[in-house]
Design a protein around this ligand. Structure first.
Ligand SMILES: C[S@@+](CC[C@H](N)C(=O)[O-])C[C@H]1O[C@@H](n2cnc3c(N)ncnc32)[C@H](O)[C@@H]1O
Length: 395
């Protein structure tokens, strides 16, 4: 079944995640916000896709009046199987220029058409051309009686029309982030969605079934408060967290114990140890490494050149020593994903120097068909220390 994937704010990262899991051929980028996937993904594991829709049809591009006529004629049949209660209807448009007024008019015309078939309908008004994940989630559009219709114009000038089947569970992400007992602003707050993406980029196509998942162990050698370990366990993989600080190991343990209870997990596989990632021999057969390495000092304001240089050097030393240590303990083709800092200072991006010597260290950087590696930098507006996602394979 083909699926429309509505990508996250940083769509390049979302595309790389889809490509990692399902392969470049399975993904078609339709526009900057939407991709078409040739299968149905396991949505709850995706960090970078906001919502997915089952593709109903693909038609040649038309003017909006014709599209409206098409929708009004086809929706009563397409939604005919919905239980005989009130339908919650909404529309989201991607990749097209259209006024909100035109879209509201279409929504009301569609409502009338459905009503004339005896259905009771409520239309959720648009504040923007696309409904937000929060609107979709809180209006229960993915329940039996919800219908968010996606209309997306592709770069091929075709119109892709579908109905949303799943949306990110905003409340569950917030709980995983904010309700855990141990947090620490100093080591940074890795959003759980990004942690999922990092794990997916690391695991790649190794585990597409539940059975395959249970055989996978994901090591986070800089586990901090354990966000990656939490998401790893929720994805049914075994998590191994290590950190140079005992306090961080205590935090990870406390957070994983909380997660087990809060999410009623049966027998989650996780273990932790205090370890310096630049020298430690982990001594277990880990399948991959997914983590957020040491990011250096957080900066709330622009640092001066000397301070920045010193921080960059420190991080460089730890990162390159860590990569050398991993080379010693892994075989060729071993794949990992690690987030490292990239500093945004005065409109310039300063990359970690280690990136220039990856080959010498024994790694190649994974390239993607649908995303440029230099765009895999996760950054909130105004942030100085961004996270550059490195997907590496051992040579
Ligand atoms: C950016 S934080 C990771 C935060 C983590 N993702 C979380 O969920 O909280 C980096 C972590 O690396 C740890 N660290 C720094 N140098 C290290 C080293 N040489 N070996 C292992 N851990 C180290 C720090 O103690 C810190 O917890």
């Amino acid at each position: 079944m083909k699926t429309l994937c509505i990508l996250g704010r940083q769509s390049e990262i979302s595309l790389a995640e889809l490509e990692s899991l399902y392969g470049g051929d399975a993904v078609t980028k339709l526009n900057s916000e939407v991709a078409l996937l040739s299968c149905t993904p396991d949505f709850s594991r995706l960090g970078g896709t906001q919502k997915i829709a089952q593709l109903f049809t693909v038609i040649p591009q038309k003017n909006w009046n014709e599209i409206e006529r098409y929708l009004v004629n086809t929706l009563p049949t397409q939604l005919a199987d919905m239980p005989d209660r009130k339908i919650h209807l909404g529309f989201s448009v991607y990749g097209m220029h259209l006024s909100l007024k035109q879209l509201q008019k279409t929504a009301l015309t569609a409502k009338k058409a459905l009503r004339s078939t005896g259905r009771s309908v409520r239309v959720v008004p648009n504040k923007h051309l696309a409904l937000s994940s929060a609107q979709v989630f809180h209006n229960h559009f993915t329940d039996e009686n919800g219908a968010e219709i996606i209309i997306c114009k592709g770069a091929d000038n075709q119109l892709y029309i579908g109905k949303t089947t799943a949306v990110q569970d905003i409340d569950a992400y917030t709980a995983r982030d904010q309700q855990r007992p141990k947090r620490d602003a100093k080591v940074g707050m890795l959003p759980p969605k990004l942690a999922q993406t990092i794990v997916n980029l690391a695991v790649g196509q190794l585990a597409l079934t539940d059975d395959e998942a249970t055989a996978i162990t994901v090591l986070d050698p800089f586990c901090g408060t354990g966000v990656i370990a939490q998401e790893t366990v929720l994805m049914n993989y075994a998590a191994y967290g290590s950190d140079i600080e005992q306090r961080m190991i205590d935090y990870t343990e406390a957070n994983l114990a909380w997660l087990t209870k809060a999410f009623s997990l049966e027998n989650p596989h996780y273990f932790t140890t205090v370890a310096d990632a630049t020298t430690h021999t982990w001594g277990i057969d880990f399948t991959t490494i997914a983590g957020e390495a040491y990011l250096g000092r957080p900066f709330a304001t622009t640092p001066d050149q000397t301070t920045l240089k010193k921080v960059m050097q420190d991080v460089d030393t730890i990162t390159s020593k860590f990569l050398k240590n991993v080379t010693r303990q892994t075989k060729p083709d071993f794949r990992l994903c690690i987030a490292v800092p990239a500093w945004h200072v005065n409109n310039a991006v300063h990359h970690l120097k280690t990136l220039a010597s990856l080959e010498k260290l024994g790694y190649t950087r994974q390239s993607f068909v649908h995303a440029k590696t230099e765009d895999l930098i996760y950054r909130r507006e105004g942030q100085i220390v961004a996270r550059e996602l490195l997907v590496l394979t051992r040579t």
